[in-house]
Design a protein around this ligand. Structure first.
Ligand code: GDG
Length: 478
């Protein structure tokens, strides 16, 4: 029986803390931004009530609530200097590359670490304030921008239930050890009750990193880490998409309209597709080089194949991203210069922008193959979206998926590839185009079924249940 008016676990409010508030300026004022996390959390937070804490993006006049959404919003205001140090520098130039296996060299600077700490303190203070308005709430902290928040909130509210989810990979301990502040970050995360990752591999790397960096402060029993007299659960909880909503978009009249236009435009050609934020982790250059090699080897394909790359602008305040954009655009230009046949369309269509969801879905539907070739990627939702759309429209596309994505652990029927082997990738792309349709359809169906079963609503429910879970047996420190 509940005591002292305690709420049942499935009624406890949720306070979510993420880098950005889930809203944007639309033509009629503030509106919900289209991010996946908002879509996922919204039903749960509206049912249980709750507050979303996030950076206000430098905007003033943020409403306490959106008329269309019954979740309270609490903005964290930062100075331009703090944003630069914590976001552009520490989050995007130190942590992002470090956590992505240093595929780009991480930058380590004391002043940006200082800003990261300061901003995490501001987020923790805002979270504590929000928790004051929601007794018995669960706190759910998201991603690498906020890894110190759990410990900071724990210091203020020792009994608070706190969960942390990391949306990106956790690297091997040797790599993680490069971070000059490795102990501080680990202690920050170990302030939570549950620390969760996309895959078992990342979870294991985290536990090994903690044992390595804090040998006298942690004790590990299975998947539980004992630290300062508390037991912290570590879990693998692969994120997903709202599969039903995606299938509905796929079958909407807007999508059908956009698809008809694409099919007319590319009639008679095999369509290859890439969809990514323009990020050096996504393997966009490797993918382009593989297409270039293929067209070099197979002149007959030059006017029979089209590769569409949708590159969503990202982090263009950071030099490495501007350099990547230049390389991608130069490579696209070179391929089209080399292989466009007189009087015919170019082989590579490059869109440097995001598209409305129905147009994106139409591209997924039109693509005979989706090339998902990250050098490393926490999960990759684009792969999941593709199989759901293809299946909803009874199509038989091929998912070419890098083995270095979290998604590869789940989408086992994909054609797995190693994007570091550009030549091998070009042969693999060539081969998949000849695969019989029946097998392709079977693979898409199997993957889509799994994504529908393990959709984002199930992910949220599992995460929240774990955060609210009974206190586990304390593990004594060594
Ligand atoms: C991070 C991790 C992890 C893309 N282009 C358009 C568009 N998108 C949407 C996709 C998808 C989302 O953006 C991208 O998600 P990803 O998972 O592929 O990649 P990241 O942005 O790097 O996300 C990643 C994720 O967090 C979740 O934990 O999977 O590993 O890096 O949903 O649909 N949406 C629209 N137009 C576009 O042109 N509307």
């Amino acid at each position: 029986m509940e005591e002292h008016g305690a709420l049942a676990d499935d009624q406890r409010p949720v306070v979510a803390v993420a880098n950005r508030l889930p809203l944007q300026q639309g033509s009629d004022g503030w509106e919900l931004s289209p991010g996946g996390l908002v879509t996922a959390l919204r039903p749960v937070m509206e049912r249980r009530s709750g507050t979303w804490v996030g950076w206000d993006g430098g905007d003033t006049g943020i409403p306490a609530r959106l008329p269309s959404m019954s979740i309270d919003l609490q903005g964290v205001t930062l100075t331009a200097e703090q944003v630069n140090g914590y976001y552009h520098e520490f989050a995007n130039r130190t942590l992002w590359p470090l956590l992505h296996d240093a595929v780009e060299k991480p930058v380590f600077e004391r002043c940006s670490w200082q800003a990261y700490r300061e901003v995490n303190e501001a987020f923790a203070a805002a979270a504590v304030e929000a928790l004051g308005r929601h007794p018995q709430a669960l706190l759910w902290v998201h991603d690498y921008h906020l890894m110190l928040v759990p410990e900071l909130v724990r210091a203020a509210l020792p009994e608070q239930r706190i969960g942390f989810f990391l949306h990106v990979p956790w690297p091997a301990p040797d790599l993680y050890s490069r971070l000059p502040w490795r102990r501080e970050v680990l202690r920050g995360l170990l302030g939570a009750d549950v620390v969760s990752f996309h895959t078992e591999g990342y979870r294991r790397n985290f536990v090994r990193s903690a044992t390595r960096a804090l040998p006298t402060d942690v004790v590990v029993r299975g998947t539980t880490v004992g630290h300062e007299g508390r037991a912290i659960a570590t879990t693998a909880g692969p994120i997903s998409i709202d599969a039903a909503q995606y299938a509905e978009t796929a079958t909407s009249p807007e999508t059908a309209h956009a698809l008809a236009a694409l099919e007319a435009q590319f009639a008679g050609r095999t369509v290859l597709l890439g969809v990514d934020r323009l990020d050096y982790t996504k393997g966009i250059v490797e993918r382009l080089l593989a297409v270039e090699l293929l067209l070099e080897r197979r002149p007959d394909l030059r006017d029979q194949l089209v590769f569409i790359q949708i590159a969503v602008p990202s982090r263009d305040d950071v030099q490495e991203y501007r350099d990547l954009r230049a390389t991608v655009e130069q490579t696209v230009g070179r391929i089209n210069g080399r292989f466009t046949q007189p009087g015919t369309d170019v082989p590579v269509h490059y869109l440097y922008r995001g598209l409305p969801q129905s147009q994106l879905a139409a591209h997924y539907a039109a693509a005979d193959a989706l090339l998902v070739t990250p050098l490393i990627d926490g999960m990759n939702l684009v792969a999941k979206e593709y199989v759901v759309v293809q299946h909803a429209l009874r199509r038989a596309g091929v998912l070419v998926l890098s083995e270095f994505t979290g998604a590869a652990a789940e989408l086992r029927e994909a054609r797995l590839c190693n994007p570091f082997d550009v030549e091998g990738l070009s042969h693999l792309i060539e081969g998949v185009l000849d695969e019989p349709l029946a097998g392709r359809r079977r693979r898409i169906a199997a993957m889509a079924r799994r994504v529908h079963q393990h959709d984002v609503h199930r992910w949220v429910a599992t995460q929240i249940a774990d955060i609210g879970g009974q206190a586990r047996e304390p593990v004594r420190d060594r």
